[in-house]
Design a protein around this ligand. Structure first.
Ligand SMILES: Cc1cc2nc3c(=O)[nH]c(=O)nc-3n(C[C@H](O)[C@H](O)[C@H](O)COP(=O)(O)OP(=O)(O)OC[C@H]3O[C@@H](n4cnc5c(N)ncnc54)[C@H](O)[C@@H]3O)c2cc1C
Length: 400
């Protein structure tokens, strides 16, 4: 009989769920015993519930990945808001100025630049697919310990159950237990910003446009929602984010209308509020023998360009492809040379995006007139630079 391998995916966020789904659907799935464990309850999306607080900008390439596992049709038909243009401008300019960046789906002959989708919907559609495979799902299952064994790792769950793994996939988010337990270090660059998030009803139609205004304290992202509201991600000084959280809705609406320079007229709070401290983080290594980190467990980046989940999902796709390839070649999927193929394919690309976002955030967060002048000239030059602009858009669309 063909050898079977036990794979334990730790974390049921979008990246862990995608990795498990892709492996369970791979041509080598019969050789894999896959278990996914998560400390939290099973996420449930109910179409009649209000739009959840956490939404993500999903690139076209990522939508194609969901489609490849049969999980996009329902998403698109349910509550995915396509956006067809983007406007990015500095607080000292206007969205129509020559120094503002403007991207339209039409100029690239595509239907949309991406979609705004609730995180819980993305999890729900992947769980629907996983329920149709033989993957074992264990929610509300904290890991108590991770012990090295001659064959891989033993994972001890809170229920005293022990799972033996030939490969542990650490998809347990920015404060990864797996990363710490196996001794992989992560470098951190605190942004000294907190993202305040809420939904608002704009006075003017959002017109399917995603807006980003760079303010000195951090960027303000305004994302179009399916029902005409917008989701705001305001990365700002932690005390300002806390003040917005504590303020009444009228005051929060007034502050955000001003921060957006009234680009959509007055904004009225119409949804829950939340705050998320921001920090860039990059694992020194993504793999060890019998362990691979994916998603935020490997890298956490500033949400300003909406890339975190998109990058994590690409990690999931690459790791699943390498596991499948290894099994087809008769190799052990937990061997370091196999896992290094995954790391080599993803770490450089993620590092480039992480440092670019960190630099961009700093570039706009300065009061210096000289840097302001260079920034403005750079944005004008970028607008005129055909190939560079096209390449940047391809990366943002997840097709570069
Ligand atoms: C305000 C904000 C806006 C964002 N907007 C975007 C965007 O527009 N587009 C985009 O691409 N990205 C965006 N991101 C980034 C994106 O949300 C993350 O990159 C993505 O959610 C990471 O997914 P993940 O599955 O790797 O980790 P997570 O979503 O953090 O999932 C980790 C899972 O592991 C589980 N877990 C944790 N510890 C344990 C443990 N010990 N045992 C078992 N399970 C455990 C958790 O319960 C959780 O389910 C944004 C981030 C923020 C903060």
């Amino acid at each position: 009989m063909k050898q079977r391998y036990s794979i334990v995916v730790v974390g049921g966020g979008v990246t862990g769920l995608m990795a498990a789904t892709l492996m369970a659907r791979s041509p080598q799935h019969e050789a894999l015993d896959i278990t996914l464990v998560d400390i939290g309850p099973r996420p449930v999306f109910a179409p009649n519930d209000d739009i959840a607080l956490r939404v993500s900008a999903i690139a076209n390439g990522t939508a194609e990945l969901f489609d490849s596992v049969g999980a996009w049709e329902y998403t698109a038909a349910t509550r995915a808001a396509p956006y067809t243009s983007m406007r990015i401008w500095d607080e000292s300019d206007t969205p129509d100025s020559a120094a503002a960046l403007r991207f339209d789906a039409d100029e690239f002959a595509i239907g949309q630049l991406g979609f705004i989708v609730e995180n819980v919907l993305l999890q729900d559609v992947l769980l629907y697919q996983l329920d149709r495979t033989d993957v074992t799902l264990k929610f509300e299952s904290p890991i108590r310990a991770l012990r090295r064994t001659p064959h891989g790792y033993d994972l001890e769950l809170g229920s005293d159950e022990v799972l033996a793994a030939d490969l542990v996939v650490g998809a347990d988010g920015a404060r990864s237990f797996v990363r710490a337990a196996v001794g992989i270090e992560a470098r951190e660059w605190p942004y000294e910003q907190t993202a305040f998030v809420t939904h608002l009803r704009p006075e003017k139609s959002h017109g399917g446009t995603a807006w980003q205004r760079f303010l000195r304290d951090g960027p303000l992202g305004i994302l179009p929602l399916d029902d005409g509201r917008v989701s705001v991600v305001w990365s700002t000084a932690p005390e300002q984010a806390q003040a917005a959280l504590a303020a009444d809705d009228a005051e929060t609406g007034r502050v955000l209308s001003e921060a957006s320079d009234y680009v959509l007229g007055k904004l009225e709070v119409a949804g829950p509020k939340g705050a998320f401290p921001l920090c860039a983080r990059h694992a020194s290594s993504y793999v060890l023998p019998n362990v691979a980190l994916i998603g935020d467990a490997a890298h956490a980046i500033h949400p300003l360009a909406g890339q975190g989940a998109n990058l994590g999902l690409q990690d999931a796709a690459e790791l699943a492809a390498q596991v499948s390839r290894a099994v087809a070649e008769g190799l052990h999927p937990g061997d370091r040379p196999v896992l290094r193929r995954y790391e080599r394919a993803r770490k450089g690309a993620n590092a480039t995006m992480l440092h670019f976002m960190t630099g961009l955030n700093r570039l706009f967060a300065t009061d210096s007139k000289i840097i302001g002048g260079i920034r403005s000239a750079g944005m004008r030059a970028f607008n005129r630079s055909g190939p560079v602009r096209e390449r940047a858009v391809k990366v943002a669309l997840g097709v570069g």
